[in-house]
Design a protein around this ligand. Structure first.
Ligand SMILES: Cc1cc2nc3c(=O)[nH]c(=O)nc-3n(C[C@H](O)[C@H](O)[C@H](O)COP(=O)(O)OP(=O)(O)OC[C@H]3O[C@@H](n4cnc5c(N)ncnc54)[C@H](O)[C@@H]3O)c2cc1C
Length: 540
C-alpha cells in the first residue's frame, strides 16, 4: 500500500464513519478534535431510542474527559458501585462493591444510553468545520484501491445515490455491519439460544432498595433488576423454553413479569420492551486495507459486565489517535496495524468477565445454582479470596499487552498499564485532574526531574515530532521550578513512580504507559518511517 497519499482534493473526506451509534459518535468527537476532515453517514434519522448500555466505568470516562465531555456526561449519570445477588425468597448471597480506582472517575456509573448519545452528538457540534454528519443516509456499497476507499451512499431524503471517496473508513455500523459483510471479514463465535425480554420503565414512585442493582437468582427465571440514570429502571428476563415473543406483547403480560418484585403501575410507567439474544462474536480481522471495524461491528459480548458499548468507545479512541498521526504524516501506516493487536486482548478479557458474571446470573442448572448460592457466602468470608470477590477485583485492570509500547506488561512493571489520575496542582495552585494538563497526545513525565534531561537530543526531537507534551511531577515537599511543573499534592504519582522504579514515563494518548527510562525512551519501531526517523541511541 502506498504511504504517500494523493492530494487531499482527490477525496471528499480524510475519514468516513459509517454509523453514528456510540462508537461512531465517539470517533467523530476525536477526529473533530484533531481537525481531521470527516464525513459521517447514518441510516437513521434520530438516536436509537432503546436504552441498551446501562453502565460506564472510569476507563471510558477518562477517554471522554479527553474529549472534553466528562462533566456534561457525568451530569446525567448516577455513580453506583453495588451489585447484589438475591434469591426470590429474599436471601442475599453475594454483594459486590467496586471501590473507586485511581483513574480519576467513579469506578462505575449508571447511564441512560440515549442521553449519553445525545451529549456525544452535541459534542460533535463543536467541530462543524471538519465533521459533516449526514442522517437518513445509508451506506450501500464499498470499493477499495491502493489510495483510498469509494463508498456508495443512499440519501433517503432525496432518494438519490452518491459516491463518496475517503482515505480511510471506520465501520461503526453495529453488529449486523454491512461493511463487514461486503468485505467478507468473518465473525467467529457463538450466539446464545435464550431470548431475553427487556422492559424499560420510568420511575413514578420510589420503592425500597430501588437503587440497588439486583440479580434475582432463580434457575427458572433469573432477573436483572437495574436502576438507570435519569429516573429510568430496567428489568431483563429470559423467556422460558415454551414461551414466545407474542406472549409478551400486551402490557398485562409485562406487569405479570414484574409482579414478583412488587412493582406495579403505581411505581413505574412501562415505556417500551424489546427482545434480545446475547452473542460472543468477534471478527477475525478488524482491518482490511483502509477500512477498520469499530465497536459492535468488530465484536459483541453478553451485557453482564456492561462493557459492550464501552469497548466500542475505546476502539474508537484508539483508531482515531492512530489515524491522526498517520494522516498528519507523523507516523507510518504500520501504526494502524496495531489497532486490533492492542484492542482485541482487552475485548477478550471483558468478554470472559461477562461470561463469568453470566454464570452468576443466568445459570439454569438447579444443582450448580444451589452449590453456587451456598458457596459464595462462605467464599466471601475467606481472607484471601473474600476481598477479591467483594471488591470486584476479578475485573481485570486495563492494560495494553502488546502494540505501540516499549516492553511488556509484567508484575511490577509500569509499561502497558494505565497511569493513575490524581488531582494535581500547578505553580499558581490551579488544581485539576492530571490529564487536563497533558493535552490530547503523547505526554512525557519526569518524577522530580525534567524529563528532557533523561532523553537524548534526538529522542527529544522524535517525541516532539509526535507532538508530545513534557511535564515534571514534583512531590509536595519540593517547590516547583517552572510553570509547567505539576505538584502531586495528593501523593499518588510519586509513590507510584517509586513503586515501579521509574523516573521518566512516556504516556500514550489513552494514558497507558508506553515507555519508561527502565525500558528505553525511544519511539517503538514500526515498519515504514516517521517524519523523524526513530532513534536508537540509549538515553544519556
Ligand atoms: C440489552 C443490552 C444491554 C446492554 N448493556 C450494556 C452496558 O451496560 N454497557 C455497555 O457498554 N454496553 C451494553 N450493551 C451493548 C451496547 O448497547 C452496544 O455495544 C453499543 O450500542 C454498540 O455501539 P456501536 O456504535 O458499535 O453500534 P450500534 O449502537 O449498533 O450503532 C450502529 C449505528 O450504525 C447505523 N447503521 C447500521 N447500518 C448502517 C448503514 N448501512 N448505513 C448507515 N448507518 C448504518 C445504525 O443505525 C446505528 O446508528 C448492551 C446491549 C444490549 C442489547
Amino acid at each position: 500500500m502506498s504511504s504517500q497519499l494523493p492530494d487531499t482534493q482527490d477525496y471528499d473526506y480524510d475519514v468516513v464513519i459509517v454509523g453514528y451509534g456510540p462508537s461512531g459518535v465517539t470517533a467523530a468527537n476525536f477526529l473533530g478534535q484533531y481537525g481531521i476532515s470527516t464525513g459521517v453517514f447514518e441510516r437513521a434519522v434520530d438516536i436509537y431510542s432503546r436504552a441498551r448500555a446501562v453502565t460506564m466505568d472510569d476507563y471510558t470516562m477518562r477517554l471522554f474527559q479527553q474529549a472534553g465531555l466528562d462533566h456534561k456526561l457525568m451530569a446525567d449519570m448516577d455513580p453506583r458501585s453495588i451489585l447484589r445477588w438475591k434469591t426470590y425468597d429474599g436471601h442475599e448471597f453475594l454483594r459486590v462493591s467496586s471501590p473507586d480506582t485511581t483513574y480519576g472517575h467513579p469506578a462505575n456509573s449508571q447511564i441512560f444510553q440515549p442521553r449519553v448519545e445525545k451529549t456525544l452528538r452535541e459534542g460533535v457540534g463543536r467541530y462543524t468545520d471538519s465533521v459533516d454528519v449526514h442522517f437518513n443516509h445509508e451506506f450501500v456499497d464499498i470499493t477499495q484501491d491502493s489510495d483510498g476507499v469509494g463508498l456508495t451512499i443512499r440519501d433517503h431524503t432525496t432518494n438519490t445515490t452518491r459516491e463518496v471517496r475517503a482515505k480511510y473508513v471506520l465501520a461503526c455500523d453495529g453488529g449486523s455491519s454491512r461493511v463487514r459483510s461486503l468485505l467478507k471479514m468473518e465473525l467467529r463465535g457463538k450466539s446464545k439460544p435464550t431470548e431475553w425480554v427487556i422492559v424499560d420503565a420510568k420511575v413514578k414512585s420510589w420503592w425500597p432498595e430501588r437503587d440497588l442493582l439486583t440479580f434475582w437468582s432463580d434457575p427458572d427465571r433469573p432477573v436483572v433488576d437495574m436502576p438507570l440514570a435519569l429516573g429510568h429502571h430496567r428489568w431483563e428476563l429470559p423467556l422460558r423454553s415454551h414461551e414466545k415473543r407474542e406472549d409478551f406483547e400486551s402490557r398485562e403480560a409485562l406487569w405479570e413479569l414484574l409482579a414478583p418484585f412488587g412493582v406495579t403501575d403505581e411505581q413505574v410507567e412501562i415505556l417500551q420492551h424489546a427482545f434480545y439474544t446475547h452473542h460472543v462474536l468477534m471478527a477475525d480481522r478488524w482491518r482490511k486495507d483502509r477500512v477498520f471495524l469499530v465497536g459492535d461491528a468488530a465484536h459483541m459480548m453478553p451485557p453482564w459486565a456492561g462493557q459492550g458499548m464501552q469497548s466500542g468507545v475505546r476502539d474508537a479512541h484508539n483508531i482515531s489517535w492512530k489515524l491522526r498521526l498517520v494522516l498528519e504524516g507523523r507516523a507510518p501506516d504500520g501504526l494502524l496495524d496495531l489497532y486490533q493487536a492492542e484492542r482485541e486482548p482487552h475485548v477478550r478479557e471483558m468478554t470472559k468477565l461477562a461470561e463469568m458474571l453470566g454464570f452468576f446470573i443466568e445459570e439454569p442448572n438447579p444443582t450448580k445454582v444451589a452449590i453456587r448460592n451456598r458457596a459464595l457466602p462462605v467464599l466471601q468470608k475467606l481472607p484471601g479470596i473474600g476481598p477479591v470477590i467483594k471488591e470486584f477485583r476479578f475485573k481485570p485492570a486495563p492494560t495494553v499487552k502488546k502494540g505501540f509500547i516499549n516492553g511488556h506488561v509484567g508484575r511490577g512493571t509500569a509499561v502497558g498499564r494505565m497511569i493513575p489520575q490524581p488531582t494535581v496542582a500547578t505553580r499558581n495552585a490551579h488544581q485539576s485532574l492530571l490529564d487536563d494538563f497533558l493535552g490530547d497526545g503523547f505526554a512525557i513525565l519526569g518524577f522530580d526531574t525534567d524529563p528532557r534531561e533523561k532523553l537524548t537530543d534526538a529522542q527529544i526531537t522524535s517525541w516532539e515530532t509526535l507532538g508530545a507534551t513534557f511535564r515534571t511531577v514534583r512531590s509536595t515537599t519540593h517547590a516547583p521550578h517552572t510553570d509547567d511543573d505539576l505538584i502531586d499534592f495528593t501523593n499518588v504519582l510519586m509513590p507510584w513512580a517509586r513503586k515501579h522504579r521509574v523516573s521518566v514515563v512516556v504516556l500514550r494518548p489513552d494514558r497507558f504507559v508506553m515507555a519508561t527510562d527502565r525500558t528505553g525512551l525511544d519511539i517503538p519501531r514500526l515498519a515504514g518511517t516517521y517524519v523523524q526517523s526513530p532513534v536508537t541511541a540509549p538515553a544519556a
